[in-house]
Design a binder for this molecule. Structure first.
Ligand code: HEC
Ligand code: HEC
Ligand code: HEC
Ligand code: HEC
Ligand code: HEC
Ligand code: HEC
Ligand code: HEC
Ligand code: HEC
Ligand code: HEC
Length: 417
């Protein structure tokens, strides 16, 4: 018994001896933690991915962590100190562009951030113009509380990224002199994408970097940025690419999707966008006398959509009434979902910019809607018929009961006499 306690005690002492030097060695963090406040490097560093992966102050700043005097640290040959705004990219890339080093930690992490950054407007201005107002690595990643994009506190988490970019891009004073607008964030926030990401936490919706890239945050060519929409909206992009607009837009340098939807303030599209009336986007470029079939086709598409919408609405109304009356509507509800589907597909088919494609969805959709309407109306008739039947049955039973009652009274009376 005693020997076992002794053995455990020796083990604990041995373990703490092994552990102690490792703990005592990082004087950087210990000393800084003592005098810095909540906003100090060492306090923030608890949340930093470098800290969490076991790296210390010394891995970035250099110096000897066993020293207990800052002046001595500063005299160390390999003490790097604090990089300037222009030096930061190379300061970070010392590790992040070193494939062999990064492989030790995380083989799947790309090591091309500096290379890509150099192709961005940010990187080009930083290196070529020594512009210290453009974003460098820490403008986007912060310093001492760097996270990966999955950490909810991270400046590059999609939900936080909007403010990370907006910090500069929404600040008109800061951006004065560059000749680009500062409305990107305001526009984005009210867009379908902004509402989906920021209000519904839908991480499938694009944040700034999904369109601009993380490190090549620039449009190296309008066409490539434009093609980005197709990464998520593949069907629309596929239809567009085989439509008459593909060659026509390319010839005129019109970007593929933004020409009609804009880039940051993409609002929820509706049927009023297509057609020959003033507000229709088609009317911005087409007219009845422009020598093409486009204007007439826009009219046909618009009319086909509106017929399906009307048929869909009428079918829906009658179906709801049948459901309300408690009829067996399972089949009609199922068929009505197909009408919903046809409407969704017809709106997508607009991107073929040809009448037949849209009609191939609206035609069958209208037929289905009509059959839902007719069948639901029949169910409602059946309901009324049954109600009438029930009325007759009730009346009949009442008469029968009264007759029986009279009959029994008579028999009773006969027996008593
Ligand atoms: C005994 C305490 C102590 C130790 C140990 C220490 N520091 Fe410091 N450090 C300081 C003080 C104090 C400052 C100055 C803070 C100020 O000016 O606000 C400082 C400043 C810094 C700065 C700002 C740049 C500069 O040169 O002033 C960096 C970076 C830094 N320390 C990194 C380190 C690293 C890396 C280590 C370990 C290798 C380390 N420190 C060890 C106390 C310490
Ligand atoms: C991933 C690299 C990295 C690590 C790890 C790191 N730093 Fe820094 N540190 C930087 C960079 C980059 C700057 C320059 C910040 C700027 O320009 O605003 C900086 C700046 C500083 C400064 C100057 C004042 C400030 O807060 O910006 C101090 C002090 C400092 N670091 C201390 C520390 C201490 C202490 C640790 C460990 C707890 C640490 N750093 C870990 C990269 C790092
Ligand atoms: C001493 C080498 C070193 C330096 C210098 C360094 N890092 Fe790192 N960084 C790492 C390591 C190691 C990881 C952890 C990789 C892993 O295990 O996933 C990492 C992770 C990251 C991640 C998270 C990557 C992810 O998505 O998983 C980001 C972002 C990052 N670093 C940015 C920076 C920035 C910005 C700087 C400059 C201020 C910097 N790093 C400087 C070594 C370094
Ligand atoms: C304009 C903003 C911006 C700048 C500048 C920037 N980054 Fe990033 N970085 C991001 C975003 C956003 C992500 C997140 C990607 C994601 O969603 O996973 C990222 C991801 C990373 C990652 C994770 C691996 C990867 O490539 O996706 C590392 C490492 C990294 N950055 C390092 C750096 C370094 C080093 C620099 C400077 C040379 C830098 N970043 C400059 C925005 C930026
Ligand atoms: C530190 C401030 C700062 C931050 C943070 C920042 N930028 Fe920038 N950005 C600039 C400045 C300054 C320019 C240079 C404007 C110019 O020359 O056109 C610029 C240029 C750009 C351009 C090129 C504009 C053009 O067509 O000329 C794009 C695109 C861009 N930034 C996107 C982003 C995105 C996306 C983010 C976030 C991931 C971001 N920026 C974060 C300051 C910043
Ligand atoms: C759905 C894709 C998409 C998203 C999301 C997006 N952008 Fe853009 N952005 C574009 C396109 C496309 C352009 C136009 C490029 C061109 O015409 O040169 C553009 C242009 C820009 C420009 C150049 C100046 C201008 O306004 O034309 C800046 C700066 C910019 N975006 C910043 C941002 C910021 C910051 C965010 C996040 C709030 C963001 N973008 C989100 C697609 C997007
Ligand atoms: C990262 C994926 C992604 C990218 C890139 C993207 N989108 Fe989206 N988009 C979505 C998601 C997810 C929704 C659905 C949002 C919602 O639920 O309201 C959406 C919704 C839309 C809608 C509204 C659809 C509707 O029926 O309400 C339009 C229009 C749209 N995007 C156009 C674009 C354009 C134009 C671009 C390129 C400039 C683009 N998107 C880039 C993911 C993306
Ligand atoms: C930004 C301008 C622009 C907008 C907006 C636009 N188009 Fe076009 N469209 C063109 C150009 C340019 C052509 C090629 C005309 C030519 O061949 O001379 C074209 C061609 C067409 C054609 C082929 C015409 C033919 O005779 O072969 C159709 C169909 C068409 N557009 C339909 C539409 C519809 C429907 C809309 C609205 C949803 C629309 N367009 C919106 C620019 C536009
Ligand atoms: C010539 C104008 C035009 C162009 C170019 C265009 N769209 Fe559309 N888009 C429309 C119209 C019109 C509607 C509305 C259809 C409706 O609701 O009746 C629409 C609707 C949408 C919708 C919602 C309906 C659906 O398909 O789910 C999405 C998403 C969409 N567009 C994405 C894109 C993408 C991605 C591109 C580029 C590949 C693009 N659009 C190019 C005119 C255009």
């Amino acid at each position: 018994m005693f020997s076992r306690v002794l053995a455990v005690s020796i083990m604990i002492v041995a373990l703490s001896l092994v552990g102690l030097p490792a703990l005592a060695a990082d004087n950087c963090q210990t000393c800084h933690f003592e005098f810095e406040d909540e906003d100090g490097a060492s306090h923030k560093f608890v949340r930093d991915i470098h800290g969490q992966k076991g790296l210390g102050c010394v891995d970035c700043h250099g110096g000897d962590p066993s020293l207990d005097d800052m002046d001595e640290v500063r005299r160390e040959k390999d003490y790097r100190g604090v990089p300037s705004h222009l030096e930061v990219p190379r300061f970070c890339a010392r590790c992040h562009s070193d494939a062999a080093y990064m492989h030790e930690y995380n083989p799947s992490l790309p090591t091309d951030q500096l290379e890509k950054y150099k192709t961005s407007v940010h990187g080009q201005r930083l290196f070529n113009n020594r512009d210290d107002k453009v974003a460098n690595c820490i403008s986007c990643h912060t310093v001492h509380e760097i996270g990966d994009a999955k950490m909810p506190h991270s400046s590059t988490h999609p939900v936080n990224l909007i403010a990370t970019c907006g910090k500069c891009h929404s600040d008109a004073d800061y951006m004065a002199g560059y000749g680009i607008g500062t409305g990107q964030v305001d526009d984005y926030v009210v867009s379908v994408h902004g509402v989906a990401l920021l209000e519904r936490n839908d991480l499938g919706a694009p944040a700034c970097n999904d369109c601009h890239g993380n490190h090549g945050a620039a449009p190296p060519g309008v066409t490539s940025l434009s093609a980005v929409c197709g990464n998520c909206h593949a069907i629309e992009a596929g239809l567009f690419n085989t439509s008459p607009h593909e060659p026509a837009f390319a010839a005129n340098d019109f970007p593929m999707c933004e020409t009609c939807h804009s880039n940051h303030k993409i609002l929820k599209p509706d049927d009023s966008m297509v057609g020959t009336h003033h507000e229709a986007v088609c009317a911005e470029c087409h007219a009845s006398d422009d020598g093409t079939r486009a204007f007439a086709i826009a009219g046909t598409i618009s009319e086909a959509l509106s017929r399906l919408v009307t048929a869909h609405g009428q079918a829906g109304e009658v179906l709801s009434e049948a459901i309300e009356k408690g009829m067996m509507t399972t089949d009609e509800e199922f068929r009505f979902k197909e009408v919903d589907q046809a409407l969704i597909q017809a709106r997508t088919m607009v991107h073929a910019f040809d009448a037949d494609s849209v009609l191939s969805r609206t035609g069958p959709g209208i037929l289905k809607a009509d059959s839902v309407r007719v069948n639901s109306a029949a169910l409602i008739d059946e309901y009324h018929f049954r109600r009438k039947g029930l009325g007759f049955a009730t009346l009949f039973i009442t008469i029968l009961v009264v007759a029986l009652y009279i009959k029994i009274r008579r028999i009773d009376r006969g027996l008593n006499e």
